[in-house]
Design a binder for this molecule. Structure first.
Ligand code: TXA
Ligand code: MG
Length: 319
């Protein structure tokens, strides 16, 4: 893999023009969204999209999300539906990804969809992502900006730790507010939750007046990203821990004694925002095991527990 000179682009007018130029020239540029940092490439450039897989060490069967500036541009690439329209009007820009049948006239790179007849689309709610999309004037393919299987990045430091020298640049826009990836809903058939994320599913169910089906069976892959071991720190994780044992670091939730607390006031929004950065921090402290307090399975707690279970899952031998 070629070594790249990773520039830091300022999040100002000039920096975002340069970052968009780098994308236009087929480069890989990491940028903040409201959820996590994305690793961007021109979604219509096959070579650039293929380079994303190489830079992340991502299996080629795992498709990427196409990010758009607005609904009218996103619609051109998929078979749009009333339900998609309903959700998009209510929740975009925001931490929601919709999987829809790909339009046969779409010129998104085939690599983006990893050969599937569907495509995942989203409009991010972050001023830097919005400006970058506007400057490029076209869609950006962007997975989370981490090495495949590792913890997603919520600040520029995390991105550089994984990808420095593998990408052409990064726009440093500070910490991501939501801190968890987008919620993914498959609308190609019965509306199905493929990945719990930064938007609680009850909000979605209320808007479409339908209960979502769920496909979260670990190891069996419908959304190729549903790989059991994911978001994995170097340390082992022990979930639902009441107290810490010898040689453990404790990641707490609520009024408990611990090394780091996701939210002392048991606020799930605050906890989601702190989850990945806390795992990064405790991992850098070289804890052998991170013990984690129980997190209630409500609202954003569903997505937090999903990420924790994947981080705790047995790792592939070669990871
Ligand atoms: O918040 C987010 O969604 C972030 C920011 C950067 O937008 N992106 C992100 O991308 O989390 P990534 O690649 O880490 O996760 C995308 C997920 C993967 O699990 C992938 O399998 C799934 O989306 N996906 C993409 N296209 C799909 C499709 N056509 N059908 C089913 N799942 C799809
Ligand atoms: Mg990811």
């Amino acid at each position: 893999m070629t070594i790249r000179n990773t520039k830091t682009f300022r999040p100002d007018e000039k920096g975002l023009i340069e970052a968009a130029d780098a994308l236009r020239n087929g480069g890989l540029v990491a940028f903040p969204t409201e959820t996590v940092y994305g690793l961007g490439a021109d979604a219509q450039n096959d070579t650039a999209v293929a380079d994303i897989y190489a830079a992340k060490g991502r299996p080629q069967f795992n498709p990427l999300i196409a990010h758009f500036a607005d609904i009218s541009q996103a619609k051109l690439h998929v078979k749009w539906s009333d339900m998609a329209n309903h959700l998009a009007e209510a929740l975009w820009p925001g931490p929601l990804t919709l999987v829809l049948e790909r339009h046969n006239k779409s010129n998104l790179s085939q690599f983006l969809c990893a050969g599937l007849p569907s495509v995942a689309i989203r409009i991010p709610a972050h001023p830097i992502a919005e400006q970058l999309l506007a400057n490029l004037g076209g869609p950006i393919a962007a997975p989370s900006a981490n090495i495949s299987g590792q913890i997603s990045p919520t600040c520029a430091k995390h991105v550089n730790a994984d990808l420095f020298g593998r990408i052409d640049g990064i726009v440093d826009g500070g910490a991501c507010q939501v801190g968890l990836e987008s919620t993914i809903i498959d609308l190609t058939g019965v509306p199905t939750l493929l990945r719990p994320g930064g938007l609680p599913k009850d909000i979605i169910e209320e808007i479409i007046s339908t209960k979502l089906a769920t496909v979260l069976n670990y190891g069996v892959i419908k959304a190729p990203g549903q790989i059991a071991s994911h978001y994995a720190p170097q340390a082992r994780l022990r979930l639902n821990a009441k107290t810490k044992e010898a040689n453990e670091s404790m990641l707490g939730f609520g009024p408990v004694e611990c090394d780091l607390n996701l939210s002392e006031t048991s606020d799930l929004v605050e906890a989601a925002g702190n989850l990945f950065s806390s795992l990064h921090t405790l991992d850098c402290d070289n804890a052998a095991t991170i013990a984690v307090s129980p997190i209630p399975e409500i609202g954003l707690g569903m997505a937090i527990n999903d990420r924790l279970r994947r981080a705790a899952a047995p790792r592939p031998a070669t990871n």
